[in-house]
Write a protein that binds this ligand. Structure first.
Ligand SMILES: [Mn+2]
Length: 191
């Protein structure tokens, strides 16, 4: 987010009255309690539909491994050439969401990946990929592993105050293989 200079605000700090259209991307209202009490104008997602979803414009494609692949098709249909930043962000989104193409339903993702490749900034991509873990973060990870407890098959870690953004620890918090992602992220950083 920092490298791509994407400005983001927590939903708590949004002035609701100043927003005329609500869009939800890569998720569905019942996925999080903060998402539930809105009427959405747009919902674009690729997660399986497990509960009825309503929006003025609804586009849920379960056969896409990455939401970024769907977004790429919108750009293509509108004949918009993505900027290097946008292309790199979508490209990285496809890489991580398909776990470098080892997850199911990747056909559409491969074609989006191929199309975006010509527009990306390799320098920026390399920077993003190597920024996932820094030396300074390792002690926190060690602490996390030491504090890890299991309650049935759910892993819990209480970290008190942490300065590392949570998305650095868990790529996709609603991912069922969250623990696997966590361990993999650590191994990736340590190698
Ligand atoms: Mn996704």
């Amino acid at each position: 987010m920092k490298l791509l200079t994407v400005e983001q605000k927590h939903i708590h700090y949004l002035k609701r009255s100043a927003i005329s259209k609500w869009a939800l991307v890569d998720s569905q209202p019942h996925h999080h309690k903060l998402f539930m009490d809105h009427k959405y104008d747009i919902i674009i997602d690729h997660h399986p539909i497990t509960e009825p979803v309503k929006a003025v414009f609804l586009d849920i494609r379960e056969d896409y491994g990455a939401n970024a692949s769907i977004m790429n098709e919108y750009l293509k249909a509108a004949k918009i050439k993505p900027s290097p930043k946008l292309a790199t962000a979508l490209f990285y989104g496809i890489k991580t969401d398909t776990d470098n193409f080892v997850r199911a339903s990747i056909l559409h993702d491969m074609s989006a990946f191929k199309q975006l490749y010509q527009f990306i900034s390799m320098r920026m991509l390399k920077k993003i990929e190597s920024s996932e873990m820094t030396r300074g973060m390792l002690p926190k990870y060690r602490q996390a592993m030491e504090r890890l407890i299991f309650i049935r098959d759910i892993a819990f870690v209480h970290m008190a105050r942490v300065e590392i953004p949570l998305e650095n620890i868990l790529d996709d918090p609603d991912d069922e293989s969250g623990l696997e992602t966590l361990v993999k992220t650590i191994l990736k950083g340590v190698k």
